[in-house]
Design a protein around this ligand. Structure first.
Ligand code: 26Q
Length: 789
């Protein structure tokens, strides 16, 4: 390893060891690791090709990967070797690992899920390819200026991204606009714009390098730098059109995790990567198969939400316009390939495009969608339509074109059947299935929490790394005082690591023996960070009134970004920061309560916060969080959950047992019922003196004396509408927090509860999730051990 690092330093980077920066060392280490990856990757690729086995194609607008060096070293079993080699070279592994930028090609849960799935697919030896977009700028970086979020562009590609291999030979034209002519019984699309999609491949190597798959991200290139004919005519703007489109199409990730309707560029991004992916998988298929009708035996195409839902009409278009299949046959064939995962019930997040805009960008696809609608209506009278009220409904399109539609937790799947897709579910009662989300324990325990994973491996061996159910053996250790002490010591070490980081980066000192209470996720009204900060103020009031009442010291930690155009979410951030400033400078409560909100929460920050958490905040309005996956990461790392009966919380509570979970709040059914009562929010506030007081303080400007009206709008909204029932759940949330305070005082018992949480997370491995998809939806198998067949 040492020689390889030095060789890359010299011949890859043109540096000698004496004059190398951290960046140079990182590049040299990464290249050394990459060589080893390639040695695992190429045989898998060859095997998948030679065996002709069915492949999974996972289409996702987002892959939220984070850093790669440590993950790659860990999956290849090279961490110790790399550390030792660098040490001999006088370099520090940790410093080098920390130099890597965080690849943030996603917004949140959906993108991170795709990254966990890629890890599990490779570890399970399932031939698969992830398809997405190689954004030049990932999710914006967040800063706080006087407590308010400001966004800075993210620039991960300004440094060499050495994990990828450019494939200039893999290129496809992607066309837009123009018009369609029909003659000789055929459709002829004459588009007005073309860009070239070109592939960049990143190897994804599973545990111990047993199998490797590919993440193929598409970048856009102009067909020609400029059109010389137009240029010579003096039409300089037209001459650069293709170049301009190519430059914008994969320039930036949309930072909204709820749909912003009517953005033409977003639709072009969706079609761009979907069409490239469909062309690519068809080319691969046709290079070894003669009969296009057998495509479903070779390709399972999974749509990560509706963002790639245009895959249905695109596949039909190629089958009909190029391969001359009949429309009905093409629709049925495409359906046998496609699966669709729904990630949201929020009505504002369901993708719809104005028909006029859709038809302008994709005129042939709009015609095909009319045919899909007609075909479906012919078979199922009165069925919901894709084209409705001048809109193209991407949810209906994905549903109708998929043979299986899945929700991401048991509760969510149930609600998908009862609400958004109720009518379609009645027509196709077998189509909706559940696949509860999962997370990869390789990144979210093994790599991010060496203290705890080392202890577990010492006790159980390392089988849990590929079989998380083995953690259940730890359940018998809840009475083992010595073991629990080590378990607690691991948590404490992680808390000290976090406390030091908070002091260094924010200048706030926090006590590692206080309860670390963490809410990290995108800022959204339904996730109710507002309720959390209101409860923080209420707790502070009580602490100030009775400072000697034997409080459990707390550190309230927040992390998360707001979509740049989401005004209320930005106000909530401002409020949290205002409250933090006041509380953190209070002499009376200085040993009892701190509020910490580090800016720019991302995967890398999660890897430090999660192992250090005691209490995991999963407090969404019941029925709104499709699953959540952070909830699983916390429990795996030995935090207890305070949460509602929402998303996967329900299943987590079943697995850990109700006595090891702090439950509060209305159920999804009660939420729907409560909303029908006029004035429910005002009534809830009137019934809670504690909440009244907090809202009064905020309105009076207690946390922003220089700008007293700042939160009138926000508080007014709670009185007048409170769609997410912050007011109704407030008291039960407050009381449950005090139960958590009491429980924390009994350290041994808390440790036992935390240990049961870790021990019960086997079900929430993304390995289990992927096996479920493979069996129920994709009908694919593993290639591991296939060589010996
Ligand atoms: C769509 C159109 C235009 C612009 C943006 C979007 C868009 C982008 C991202 C819509 C939604 C998203 C992301 C959604 C998401 O992350 N959903 C989360 O998915 C997780 C994985 O299943 C769940 O655990 C979470 O509950 C769910 O909120």
């Amino acid at each position: 390893m040492k020689d390889e690092i030095l060789r890359h330093l010299r011949y890859g980077l043109g540096k000698d060891a004496a004059h190398s920066s951290v960046y140079d060392w990182r590049m040299a280490l990464s290249r050394a690791l990459r060589d080893r990856m390639v040695d695992h990757w190429i045989p898998s690729t060859q095997e998948a090709y030679a065996s002709g086995s069915k492949r999974v194609y996972y289409l996702s607008m987002e892959f939220l990967i984070g850093r790669l060096v440590e993950d790659m070293a860990s999956n290849l079993g090279l961490v110790d070797e790399a550390k030792a080699a660098l040490k001999e070279l006088g370099q520090d592994y940790e410093t080098i690992v920390k130099d890597e930028p965080d690849a943030a090609l996603g917004n949140g849960g959906l993108g991170r899920l795709a990254a966990c799935f890629m890890d599990s697919l490779a570890t399970l030896g399932i031939p698969a390819m992830g398809y997405g977009i190689r954004y030049e700028h990932g999710l914006f970086e967040q800063d706080f200026v006087e407590g308010q979020q400001v966004e800075r562009p993210e620039t991960w590609l300004q440094q060499d991204h050495i994990w990828e291999f450019e494939r200039p030979e893999v290129q496809y034209p992607i066309t837009f606009g123009g018009h369609v002519e029909h003659h000789d019984g055929k459709a002829h699309w004459h588009p007005s714009e073309t860009v070239i999609a070109t592939a960049f491949d990143t190897p994804v190597i599973g545990w111990e390098g047993r199998w490797g798959n590919t993440l193929r991200l598409w970048a856009a290139m102009p067909t020609k730098v400029f059109d010389l004919a137009s240029f010579n005519r003096g039409d300089y703007l037209a001459a650069g059109r293709s170049e301009a489109l190519a430059r914008t199409i994969c320039r930036v990730l949309y930072p909204d995790d709820t749909t912003e309707t009517g953005k033409e560029l977003r639709l072009k991004q969706e079609y761009f990567f979907t069409s490239a992916s469909i062309q690519d998988l068809l080319r691969r298929f046709l290079s070894t198969h003669a009969d296009i009708r057998t495509l479903p035996d070779a390709a399972a195409i999974q749509l990560n939400d509706t963002h790639p839902a245009i895959a249905g009409p695109e596949l039909v278009r190629v089958l009909v316009d190029k391969h001359e299949l009949g429309m009905d046959e093409a629709i049925a064939l495409a359906r046998r390939c496609l699966g669709y995962t729904n990630h949201t019930l929020l009505p504002e997040a369901l993708e719809r495009w104005p028909e006029w805009l859709f038809g302008r960008v994709l005129p042939r696809h709009l015609e095909i969608i009319r045919e899909i609608d007609a075909d479906h209506l012919r078979r199922h009278e009165g069925a919901p339509k894709i084209l409705d009220h001048g809109n193209v409904n991407m949810g209906e399109l994905a549903f109708i074109m998929a043979h299986k539609v899945n929700g991401v937790s048991a509760l969510h799947t149930d609600l998908v059947k009862k609400t958004v897709f109720n009518d379609l579910h009645k027509i196709h009662p077998q189509r909706i299935v559940n696949q509860t989300n999962g997370i990869t324990q390789r990144r979210w325990l093994k790599t991010c929490n060496p203290a705890l994973s080392g202890l577990i491996t010492r006790e159980l061996g390392n089988g849990w790394v590929t079989d998380l159910d083995l953690l259940s053996q730890l359940k018998s250790r809840t009475g083992d005082v010595a073991f629990k002490e080590e378990f607690v010591a691991a948590k404490r070490a992680n808390k000290v690591r976090l406390a030091n980081w908070v002091t260094e980066t924010m200048g706030i000192s926090i006590d590692p023996d206080a309860m670390f209470d963490v809410q990290i996720k995108r800022i959204h009204e339904y996730k109710r960070q507002l309720m959390n900060i209101l409860e923080t103020v209420a707790l502070w009031n009580e602490m100030r009134a009775h400072p000697d009442a034997g409080w459990t010291p707390r550190v309230k930690i927040f992390g998360g970004k707001a979509a740049p155009g989401y005004h209320v979410a930005k106000e909530i951030i401002h409020l949290i920061n205002d409250v933090a400033a006041v509380i953190n400078s209070d002499e009376i409560t200085k040993d009892l309560l701190k509020v910490v909100y580090p800016p720019n929460y991302n995967v890398t920050m999660a890897e430090v916060l999660i192992p250090a958490a005691d209490l995991s905040e999963q407090i969404s309005t019941a029925g709104k969080e499709a699953s959540g996956t952070g909830n699983m990461k916390f429990a795996l790392n030995g935090a207890l959950t305070i949460g509602t009966l929402d998303g996967a919380n329900v299943e987590i509570r079943e697995h850990v047992g109700p006595e090891n979970f702090f439950l509060f709040g209305l159920t999804a059914e009660e939420v729907m019922e409560r909303r029908t009562q006029p004035g429910f929010a005002r009534a809830a506030i009137e019934a809670s003196p504690r909440l009244q007081r907090v809202l009064g303080q905020i309105v009076e400007g207690r946390f922003c004396p220089q700008d007293q009206g700042r939160y009138h709008g926000l508080v007014g909204m709670l009185y007048d509408s409170d769609y997410f029932l912050v007011t109704c759940d407030f008291d039960s949330y407050y009381d449950t927090q005090r139960r958590a305070d009491e429980a924390y005082k009994n350290a041994r018992n808390w440790a036992a509860m935390a240990l049961v949480n870790t021990a019960s997370m086997g079900f929430f491995s993304s390995d289990r999730t992927i096996k479920g998809y493979a069996h129920d939806i994709w009908h694919v198998g593993s290639r591991l051990g296939a060589g010996e067949e």
